[in-house]
Design a protein. Structure first.
Length: 345
């Protein structure tokens, strides 16, 4: 039996597309197709690309961290810099510490202490380009025995081979023989650090691994000439904690050094004046450029400490390096050390 033919209801009206509507739909479909092709085939570094040849896209994004303030209130608020003169490196260091109230004022039993020396170059210690290992040995022993610190770490990110620099400078052996632990950098040791107020390194790769659970930080820098910023002293020493392409900052050397003064607020800043590299810094290479400065500085104000070292260890009276005035403007200390020092000879 043949099925009867169905006819539309009398009120039915067909929904015909106009040419304009048809064009709109075609454009929408074409745009969706183009977007899909872009997401599928766009290079990995382009916005919204779904490609991930390196495997990095799927990794979690690290949020920048901030360093705590490691400073300790002074025994005497009128003394910002202790200076030890005369005798061995150990004797001068003890004198400088005593001028500020002694090491026990700043480090308590159970503290985890990080020491940041200058180990930037593969140089013998007599050339003045790196921290005197005798000071490292003395300080590590004082921290572990006298102050009863729980652990002492020694870390730097040298410009040249880290293992070679720690070996040739004598700092690696000095630290370990005294009971400290040396941290060498590798690609996984760095994380982004957030430094509020910094112009060039507000967010920058930082040598974070040795800082885990650290409660006190001490910098130990040799006093030496620097061909770009005039002097490499206590503040410039923190440059060795940066990762990434840090040589790009050479064009704005005073700005970056002043940024370092707010990147880290150390417990103590020590300037090693036992061997002063008077010229051809920061690398040195000629023993004739080195003189005995007969002093060790321990500072609570890193700006004042560098100012005194510049004028008295490098023997350069007159205008201070610009980075010191910039650091003062950033609130890191005061260049005027008059009436704020205590010298023990």
């Amino acid at each position: 039996m043949t099925k009867p033919k169905q006819y539309p209801h009398a009120d039915y009206r067909g929904d015909y597309l106009s040419r304009r509507d048809l064009l709109k739909r075609a454009l929408l479909l074409g745009g969706a197709g183009a977007a899909g092709l872009y997401l599928a085939y766009a290079p990995e570094d382009r916005p919204w690309s779904r490609r991930d040849y390196s495997g990095l896209r799927g990794l979690p994004v690290e949020s920048p961290f901030q360093l705590p303030d490691f400073r300790v209130a002074p025994a005497d608020p009128n003394v910002a810099l202790g200076i030890g003169r005369g005798g061995s490196a150990r004797e001068m260091l003890l004198k400088a510490l005593d001028a500020l109230g002694g090491l026990g004022r700043f480090v308590q039993p159970g503290d985890v202490v990080l020491i940041k020396p200058n180990v930037a170059f593969d140089r013998s210690p007599n050339l003045g380009a790196t921290t005197n290992p005798a000071i490292i040995d003395t300080l590590v022993r004082l921290l572990l025995v006298d102050a009863r610190a729980a652990e002492v770490r020694v870390a730097d990110n040298p410009i040249e081979s880290p293992a070679d620099c720690f070996a040739k400078s004598g700092i690696g052996a000095a630290a370990e023989q005294a009971g400290g632990r040396v941290y060498l950098p590798d690609g996984n040791a760095f994380e982004p650090l957030y430094t509020p107020g910094a112009k060039l390194i507000e967010q920058w790769a930082f040598f974070k691994r040795p800082f885990k659970n650290v409660t006190k930080v001490i910098g130990i820098a040799p006093a030496k000439d620097h061909n770009l910023c005039q002097a490499s002293l206590g503040i410039k020493n923190w440059y060795g904690l940066l990762g990434g392409r840090r040589n790009q900052f050479h064009q704005a050397i005073h700005e970056i050094v002043s940024d370092l003064s707010i990147m880290i607020r150390p417990t103590l800043t020590i300037v090693d004046g036992t061997r002063v590299l008077m010229e051809n810094g920061p690398t040195g290479g000629d023993p004739a450029n080195v003189r005995d400065g007969n002093a060790i500085l321990v500072g609570l104000d890193p700006v004042a400490t560098d100012a005194w070292a510049y004028e008295h260890l490098l023997q350069r009276p007159g205008r201070l390096p610009d980075y010191l005035h910039m650091a003062e403007q950033k609130g890191s200390g005061r260049v005027n050390y008059a009436g704020r020092i205590r010298i023990i000879t």
